[in-house]
Ligand binder design. Structure first.
Ligand code: KG4
Ligand code: ZN
Length: 350
């Protein structure tokens, strides 16, 4: 039997994404964002995001098909993010995915959003080496993971954030600095002309693989408050904050690789688009003799191709499809790449 073309649908936050993948290759994708509609509120408004997904989903799927030169009837399986994420937003993607799977009579797979971030890298750099160390840094999560077969094996967490995620820290501090949403790219832009040594921000939890960014966020806010009435040297603050985040992330990731004898580090998620995080990871991996893989920036932030990539891995691994009464799980912990009852039962039986 020939392999299937997998349609992946992502709608967990403010990005509506559709991607088409077969045999680890990206065939086409479409993306829409409601980011601009949230900007004046300084963060994602769940109802606005959900409504935007309703409008964007069909055109985004059509764009994916058009760029791939394919038709709806070419789709052989559907994968969709069922969590974690905003519940209203997830519901829209899941409803659309069910409709397509039911209409075409093809299997449906529920996918963990963060597994999508991991799989994104396979579209650029090929199959994941086993095992590999994965640093996920997104707007909602910061985790250090030991990954084996993404489609079959449980994902081992070496460390997680105890409070704010790295992206959340950028987003919140950007607000205090008077920079626009989303904060990460704005901090990166502002940092360009700043001195990364200007402000001695803390490096929390040394010696642990867990992360904590709320102290850093508070330190940055205090530093900004200390300038009331005077001009805030935003570039220096941004550069120093970016340096602290990049330092903590890459130091722990490389130490974990060394301790566990893992030869490849993969850095994924929205914050992996950050130029300083990328440069420092490269520098430290080279010094430690570790191979580094980071997806291109467009595959680091949320997209549908990464969900299709997980679906493609599940299909090729012969994973059982999800039932059509599959539901969302807005706070799903990352245990397996697949996220539905059959998959978790299989996991429990191990
Ligand atoms: O993975 P992602 O697109 O969505 C989530 O799953 O959360 O990550 C979004 C996060 C936001 O916090 C955003 O500020 C951050 O990634 N981000 C960046 C950059 N681009 C996006 N942070 C630092 N530098 C960037 N260039
Ligand atoms: Zn994400």
């Amino acid at each position: 039997m020939g392999s299937r073309i997998v349609l992946g649908i992502e709608s967990s936050c403010d990005e509506t994404g559709a991607g088409l993948v077969r045999d680890g290759r990206l065939l086409g994708h479409g993306l829409a964002s409601s980011m601009d509609e949230h900007a004046r509120f300084g963060g994602v408004v769940p109802e606005i995001a959900a409504r935007a997904h309703v409008h964007a989903l069909r055109p985004v799927i059509q764009r994916a098909l058009d760029t791939a030169g394919l038709r709806m009837s070419d789709i052989g399986a559907v994968a969709v993010t069922t969590g974690p994420g905003l519940s209203g937003a997830l519901q829209v993607g899941l409803a659309g995915a069910k409709a397509v799977a039911y209409a075409l009579g093809v299997p449906l797979h529920g996918v963990h959003h963060l597994a999508g971030h991991v799989a994104a890298d396979t579209l650029e750099h090929g199959p994941l080496p086993e095992p590999c160390m994965v640093l996920i840094v997104s707007g909602g999560h910061t985790s250090l993971l030991l990954v084996r077969d993404l489609a079959r094996d449980p994902i081992a967490h070496l460390g997680d954030t105890l409070d704010d995620a790295a992206g959340e820290c950028f987003d919140k501090v950007a607000r205090v600095f008077g920079l626009p949403y989303p904060g990460g790219p704005a901090i990166q832009r502002a940092a360009r002309t700043g001195d990364p040594r200007a402000v001695p921000f803390p490096r929390p939890l040394p010696g642990s693989y867990d992360f904590s960014f709320s102290g850093l966020k508070t330190a940055a806010a205090r530093w900004a408050e200390g300038h009331t009435g005077r001009d805030l040297p935003v570039a220096d603050g941004a550069a120093s904050l970016q340096e602290a985040v990049a330092d903590v992330l890459t130091r722990k990731a490389v130490a974990a690789c060394v301790e566990h004898g893992v030869g490849t580090l993969i850095v994924v998620g929205g914050v992996a688009a950050n130029s300083r995080v990328r440069a420092l990871a490269e520098e430290r991996c080279r010094a430690a003799g570790i191979a580094l893989r980071v997806p291109p920036p467009g595959l680091c932030t949320d997209n549908g191709a990464m969900i299709a990539a997980v679906g493609d891995l599940l299909v090729r691994a012969g994973a059982a499809p999800a039932p059509l009464d599959l539901s969302i799980d807005p706070s799903a912990p990352l245990e397996y790449a697949a996220l539905h009852p059959a998959a978790s039962l299989a996991g429990a039986a191990r």
